[in-house]
Design a protein around this ligand. Sequence first.
Ligand SMILES: [Zn+2]
Ligand SMILES: [Zn+2]
Length: 291
Amino acid sequence: MGREARRSRGHHELMRVHLCGVRGSTPAPGSQFLRYGGHTSCVALAHDGSAPTLILDTGTGVRLVPELLGGAAFNGTILYSHLHWDHFHGLPFFHGGEPEGLRARVLFPEPVPAIDYPVALLERAMSPPHFPITPRQLAGDWQFAVLAEGEHEIEGFSILAREIPHRGGRTFGYRISDGAGTVTYMPDHGSTQLGPGADGLGEYHPAALQLARDADWLIHDATLLREELTTPEGNHGHSAAEYVVALAARAGAAKAVLFHHAPSRTDDELDALAERLPDAIVAAQGSVLER
Ligand SMILES: [Zn+2]
Ligand SMILES: [Zn+2]
């Protein structure tokens, strides 16, 4: 089978998942955060050892993507889990190599009720007086559209989008496969929004289980620790690290990847978390998952 035929059928031989930003809520600069990194949420996916064509969220970590492009302009899709600042703020600072030739399609969860002009929603956060330019003024060829729940084929990836509980704005989790690997991305998920569940960590609800089912990696909100859980309001729409491990086990996901670390969580505290949950990967900025 030729390479093109393989591509068109979504079968690839290698999936590479670059963790460009692993922090939640707000960036965490400083000497206590150097090893795990302070950039906010951004993950870049690539097929078969080539440059990334799919970017999940543009926290400040998106500034690490150009060095993965080998000097070429970005040509692909930026897919948002939701539009909270920590997942969006890096967008105007992503140059994707030389803007000459840059082509980016931006997709974000379809608002309810539906809207006619998707870019207007982005302009609320990115336009004067909040920011000097609007999304339409970014250099390069940019398109903006919304994504509905359900199954999609995007950049050679088969993607399932499901709404998951969070707080303040519609949020999607994604299950992304390319024939070589399957990664589930739920950077912000309020597991206790639907109740404490049997173990106090939250509900293992159908959308979360479906998204995580048999994944190679479950990249998931681990803003909190079990002992930090309070009320759903106090948890601010986030989950505990222990929930991620339990969800992975229930869904048959091979590896829990603890992500969206609290901005106050130091390197030493994340080392302690790795010791506490030895079956999980504690996401570190700049690391790569490969299969
Ligand atoms: Zn977040
Ligand atoms: Zn959020």
